[in-house]
Ligand binder design. Structure first.
Ligand SMILES: [Zn+2]
Length: 226
């Protein structure tokens, strides 16, 4: 199923290699580069923390909320930008995530310590189920982020329901949304980078069962402020 839907997904170790190969192009290295993520809050995405072994700086700055949308907004980005080392730069890794179990269930994963699989991304699956069941959009202060996720799924539901796999389609919609929102935030706040380069790497995290290595399918690699 991974090959069917995410044919370019590679172990997260390959993401480290990509960063290592890109940074020297702008005179950056593991000591003068601060990293951030805009990925879902789900603890399964801590698999990205393999990158802690690479970055000597204390990261990542967390820009994303549930689903991976950059809920930290311009204020969060400006704070992140102000923490970049002198003469250094920044990396942001962004995107949604989707679980695929060993037995091929898409949108689920087996988590350590549990004898059953569960939704992954739970936020996107919950949003999809909510829209499918015809729930009226309700953005409340005690579930603000999910309200925004439901809104995005509602706006794209015609496209989602015309596909073979609605959770894969929802993940693709989430990718586009995360990329668009982050690009808007960065483009509108370039001054806050104070001339420092920013590498943005977008893709899909493919979570596998807990005893297997997670994957990342790179979709976009772009430099800003250069
Ligand atoms: Zn999630």
């Amino acid at each position: 199923m991974v090959k069917e839907f995410f044919s370019d997904a590679k172990p997260i170790a390959n993401l480290r290699q990509l960063i290592e190969s890109e940074l020297p192009n702008k005179n950056l290295n593991s000591s003068n580069t601060l990293w951030a993520t805009s990925v879902c809050s789900d603890e399964v995405n801590q698999s990205l923390h393999q990158l802690d072994d690479f970055f000597k700086t204390f990261g990542p700055f967390i820009l994303g909320g549930i689903s991976g949308i950059p809920f930290a907004g311009k204020t969060g980005f400006k704070a992140f930008a102000s923490h970049i080392p002198d003469e250094g730069g920044a990396v942001i890794i962004y995107g949604p995530h989707i679980g695929i179990t060993k037995d091929g269930s898409v949108g689920k994963v087996n988590r350590e310590g549990q004898d059953h699989s569960s939704s992954c991304c739970g936020s996107l699956v919950a949003g999809l189920n909510s829209v499918k069941s015809g729930n009226i959009l309700n953005i409340s202060h005690d579930d603000y982020q999910q309200g925004q996720v439901n809104k995005i799924i509602t706006e794209n539901f015609e496209e989602i329901k015309s596909t073979d796999s609605d959770i894969v389609a929802t993940t693709e919609i989430a990718y586009k949304q995360i990329k668009r929102e982050l690009t808007d935030i960065v483009a509108g706040s370039l001054d806050s980078l104070d001339g420092k380069p920013l590498l943005m790497i977008g893709g899909i995290i493919v979570n596998t069962d807990w005893d297997q290595q997670d994957l990342f399918e790179v979709r976009d690699v772009s430099w800003f402020n250069i």
